[in-house]
Write a protein that binds this ligand. Structure first.
Ligand code: C5P
Length: 418
């Protein structure tokens, strides 16, 4: 039976961690629980012990525990360490290697992978200190799940809600299922690997479609799923970048370790990108609607026998071109996407010049390719220097390679191979 060491931090979300114990047990995964001092304000050792069927640990210097199981042994007795909720304070301690209580000490002493499920107030989550700590933790190989967006216990709205127990259990299963080789590299980063190649870099990514309202119930849209842009945002964050993802209306969850802004229209997307700038890299992966209706109906347009409504269309702002054409404040590296259904390379080359970007990721989205909405992609990287054709790959793998290519270009290497 697989076993996790579950560190429960002191936050309102701690009650969900009790449910997590149950969800893990259903999947055949046992939990041994450590409560921080603050966690005991939210859940009792008794309920954690009852659910886990094991002793609950909560004091560093308890002599009997030290005799039975020292904190070093405790930190290594599981296949995975899970921190849920990972409070801002616990994340800060982990990022800085502090060890002043049982939870932080065993997190420093462990030789196992660590998965955190952050939960905190939205301002705390968005604070540069927490962003820095998260980037540090990620580059140390710590895995993260959530947080999600929604109404919070403190009455504010935004990212900071702990992922749901089943989502955390999914992430636990994924982490436990990864090959030991990867686990070992993550657990023990070698010298020089402490910071990802994009550490300290700011990246803004757009993704998904936009919806352009016709009236309060109808809109113009397209078939973009947002999958490639979301995967890319995550891959860039994995390399240590501070990523802001400006996402059009899609059903995908916020990627871990990424600041996600949800928007609906092209104009809102441009405003959100502007707010997120300045940045070192801007990646326009969104399929922005080219047009919107000139006058949006305030009321639902009624169907009238024999009379079809007429709409005048006007052009939406071109987000990519407008950012790329900026003098001062232009991000040094700008990546556009070109979704074409014919003459893919030719159109991408023209787009590179027309939009003024540095790199175009071109793909064929004709319906028979299944790329739009699918999980695979076949892309061509088009720059002023030439074209590189990549094989058919999963969108996550395309994202990983693109993130590496972006890091290489930022580092001044011209080659675009990942
Ligand atoms: O012109 P087209 O839509 O084919 O260009 C695609 C590229 O331009 C993508 O990178 C897309 O995100 C960006 N774009 C944009 N704003 C628009 C239209 C496209 O940023 N209004």
């Amino acid at each position: 039976m697989k076993r996790v060491l579950l560190v429960i931090g002191g936050g309102v979300a701690a009650y969900k961690s009790l449910d997590l114990i149950r969800r893990l047990r259903e999947r055949g995964i046992a939990s041994r629980v450590v409560l921080t001092r603050a966690a005991k304000q939210f859940v009792t050792p008794l309920s954690a012990a009852g659910l886990s069927g094991d002793k609950v640990y909560d004091e560093l210097f308890s002599l009997t525990d030290e005799a039975e199981m020292g904190h070093i042994q405790l930190s290594r007795s599981a296949d995975l360490v899970v921190v849920a909720p990972a409070t801002a304070d616990l994340m800060a301690k982990m990022a800085h290697g502090l060890a002043d209580d049982l939870a932080s000490t065993l997190l420093l002493a462990t030789d196992k992978r660590v998965l955190i499920a952050p939960a905190m107030n939205v301002r705390m989550w968005l604070h540069p200190a927490t962003r820095r700590n998260l980037a540090t933790l990620k580059s140390d190989g710590v895995l993260a799940v959530g947080p999600g967006e929604g109404e919070m216990a403190c009455g504010e709205f935004g990212p900071g809600r702990m992922a749901e127990p089943n989502e955390i259990a999914d992430a636990v299963e994924r982490a436990l299922g990864e090959p030991a080789r990867i686990a070992a590299t993550h657990a023990l980063p070698g010298p020089g690997t402490a910071l990802g190649p994009l550490a300290g870099k700011r990246v803004v990514v757009t993704a998904g479609p936009t919806h352009e309202p016709i009236d309060p119930v109808r809109y113009i849209a397209n078939r973009s799923s947002g999958k490639q842009g979301f995967a890319l945002a995550r891959a860039l964050a994995d390399l240590g970048a501070y990523v802001t993802l400006v996402a059009g209306p899609v059903g995908l969850p916020d990627p871990a370790g990424v600041t996600t802004r949800r928007v609906e229209t092209a104009r809102e997307m441009l405003a959100a990108v502007d707010e997120a700038l300045p940045a070192d890299v801007f990646v326009a992966a969104a399929a922005v609607a080219d047009w919107r209706v000139a006058t949006e109906g305030g009321e639902k347009i009624k169907k009238q026998a024999g009379a079809l409504p007429r709409f005048d269309l006007i052009e939406n702002p071109d987000i990519l071109a407008s950012i790329a054409r900026r003098g001062a404040g232009r991000p040094p590296l700008i990546v556009g996407f070109a979704a074409e259904t014919e003459k893919v390379i030719e159109h991408a080359r023209a787009k590179l010049a027309r939009k003024g970007c540095d790199l175009i990721v071109a793909n064929d989205v004709s319906p028979q390719t299944g790329i739009m909405g699918g999980d695979r992609n076949r892309v061509h990287l088009v720059t002023a220097d030439g074209v590189e054709d990549w094989p058919d790959l999963g969108k996550d793998e395309v994202a990983r390679r693109l993130a590496a290519a972006i890091a290489a270009r930022l580092a001044g290497r011209r080659e675009i191979s990942a």
